[in-house]
Write a protein that binds this ligand. Structure first.
Ligand code: HEM
Ligand code: HEM
Length: 224
């Protein structure tokens, strides 16, 4: 058996920062009082993380690229029905689709937040530029898509721990980056990757900062 380096540090850091940030979004709305400003900031941060992962999915290390794991519905069906018994180093076909679904739901949740209001002090940065019907629809999305997110997180955890109990050390893989396999194929961190990672992070967070701080109109002030 070989220990192969599968998850590069940027992908692992992305994953655990995302976990902490989503947990904070739950705590900020369901447990803490007066944390809505932080709920907004962490929501923007999550948008930055997701954008980072999307770009990294094209320019990151080989196993982190979407091209390494996203596959056709037929291949996924064969995998789910047991016709394909290959052991995958990167995400398996079902896992690959769950990554896409999770990232899509999280983006929808965060983007819908940009158009809504807490009806007390805080408006999302684009609340004032959309019609009240649109804001109501975004509000509906924000309060309902969250249930799909919780459901998929539970499915994600059940799947990860099911593999774990079957002997695939996926959780350790997401911590130290390595997976055990009989394949000999391996890759090392290429020099310059940190520059690439820093540049992708800078671009992602600059884009989100512009979208939420620079481009939106000044907020309306209420007359008391
Ligand atoms: C808020 C909760 C969570 C979310 C939103 C989430 C989301 C994700 C995403 C998007 C990926 C794909 C990583 C990538 O390629 O970029 C992933 C993979 C993974 N996650 Fe999570 N995750 C959550 C919680 C957890 C927890 C608590 C654990 C472990 C205890 C975990 C273990 C894993 C593992 C092992 C993988 C890699 C699976 C594989 O090897 O194919 N996740 N998760
Ligand atoms: C992925 C990121 C986000 C997650 C997971 C999330 C999660 C949540 C949750 C769980 C609630 C409570 C829903 C309920 O009680 O039914 C909520 C409410 C809310 N969120 Fe988010 N949110 C995110 C991003 C954002 C962003 C980016 C903004 C604004 C820019 C935002 C603004 C709000 C507002 C205004 C409320 C309504 C509070 C109220 O009903 O009084 N959220 N969010």
């Amino acid at each position: 058996m070989n220990n192969i380096y599968v998850w590069d540090f940027p992908t692992r850091l992305f994953h655990w920062l995302l976990v902490i940030s989503i947990a904070f979004q739950y705590v900020s709305t369901e447990i803490l009082d007066d944390a809505m400003q932080w709920h907004f900031y962490v929501g923007y941060w999550i948008l930055g993380l997701v954008l980072f992962r999307l770009i990294w999915g094209f320019v990151g290390h080989v196993y982190s690229r979407f091209s390494a794991f996203v596959c056709s519905p037929v291949k996924t069906f064969n995998y789910l029905t047991g016709k394909d018994e290959k052991v995958y180093l990167t995400h398996n076909p079902a896992g690959a689709w769950s990554v896409i679904v999770l990232l899509t739901i999280i983006s929808t949740q965060a983007v819908s937040g940009l158009f809504i209001t807490d009806d007390i002090f805080l408006d999302g940065p684009y609340h004032s530029v959309v019609s009240s019907d649109f804001a109501d629809a975004a509000n509906w999305v924000h309060h309902n898509v969250i249930n799909a997110l919780w459901a998929f997180i539970v499915i994600h955890l059940i799947a990860v721990f099911a593999y774990q109990f079957k002997g695939h050390k996926l959780v350790q893989g997401m911590v130290h980056g390595k997976k055990q396999t009989s394949e000999k194929e391996a890759f090392a961190l290429t020099p310059g990757i940190w520059w690439k990672c820093g540049l992708v992070a800078l671009i992602s967070f600059a884009v989100i900062y512009s979208l939420v701080e620079v481009i939106p109109p000044e907020p309306d002030f209420y007359d008391f």
